[in-house]
Design a protein around this ligand. Structure first.
Ligand SMILES: C[S@@+](CC[C@H](N)C(=O)[O-])C[C@H]1O[C@@H](n2cnc3c(N)ncnc32)[C@H](O)[C@@H]1O
Length: 269
């Protein structure tokens, strides 16, 4: 929820098409600032699961990656996939934002570790059935998607039997609090169970400019189980001692008291 044109905020239902039409251009507008602000923390060849800085090297949620076919959904500038490539995995990126993919290409050239990537959306993966051993998203795509049932079904379709799925999202309990890294962000002000999307409307045009969708922890369990996944992990990284980074609504002030990130791991049965 950073760097948007002057907007007004509403809570209202938003379709998948409207979400996509808003969030693609929003990420195009925001990509340069996002990479300038967070690129160093992410690392050109680096896999962090969220603002707490938990790396996949430490979490090990994806298992052995060498020789595996891997898809990152909402890959942004491909930092995570590039790290997977460095571990010997055949990682591919998919993202809704052309500008994010241009950053990915820039880093490909700088590092000489290219991540083949495609412009697309999580709800219509342009791959054959049973194409991948691992699918993951590090804060990519999922909370921007309205048709989450379709996105999880698409993941199950392109994964091989026994394949791994893992993703990080804003911890669902954060939905109750204002998106504020300071003390203000510690007082619950809305219902955890209210799934009505967060919508920003461009003041000048009246067009939906940004959307975020919310699911409870129970919703995620039901979604994964409903598509044939066995949940293997739910990590809630603690805020590390001495970590003073502020990233949107994530900060030490909140992170020392409440979880900011949830990382689900699952296996397709
Ligand atoms: C917070 S970034 C995460 C990217 C990367 N993992 C990182 O840490 O920088 C979210 C990404 O999801 C992408 N995204 C949003 N909606 C999407 C959708 N429906 N399908 C695929 N990608 C989407 C955005 O364009 C953006 O690059």
């Amino acid at each position: 929820m950073e760097n948007h044109p002057p907007v007004r905020v509403e809570r209202r239902p938003v379709s998948e098409e409207e979400s996509r039409r808003a969030n693609g251009p929003d990420w195009d507008r925001y990509a340069d600032e996002y990479q300038a602000t967070h690129g160093e923390f992410l690392g050109d060849v680096g896999f962090v699961w969220g603002p707490e800085g938990l790396t996949e090297a430490r979490a090990g949620i994806l298992g052995d990656l060498a020789g595996r076919d891997v898809l990152e959904v909402g890959s942004g500038a491909g930092q995570c996939s590039r790290w997977v490539r460095a571990q010997g995995g055949r990682a591919y990126g998919l993202d809704l934002s052309f500008r994010q993919l241009q950053h990915s290409r820039r880093i490909d050239l700088d590092t000489e570790l290219p991540v083949p990537s495609v412009l697309g959306t999580a709800t219509a993966l342009p791959f054959r059935d049973d194409s991948f051993d691992v699918v993951f998203s590090s804060f990519g795509a999922l909370q921007f998607v309205s048709d989450i049932d379709v996105a999880v079904a698409e993941t199950a379709r392109v994964l091989r039997s026994g394949g791994r799925y893992a993703f990080s999202i804003t911890h669902p309990t954060r939905w109750m609090f204002p998106d504020d890294p300071g003390e203000e962000g510690l007082t619950a002000s809305q219902s955890y169970w209210d799934r009505t999307p967060y919508v920003e409307i461009d003041d000048a045009t009246g067009v939906v400019a940004y959307v975020e969708h919310h699911r409870t922890l129970g919703d995620w369990v039901a979604l994964l189980a409903g598509h044939g996944f066995v949940i293997t992990d739910l990590l809630e990284p603690e805020w590390p001692e001495g970590h003073e980074r502020v990233w949107g609504g994530w900060s030490g002030v909140r992170g020392r008291l409440t979880p900011g990130t949830a990382i689900f791991g699952a296996r397709l049965d």
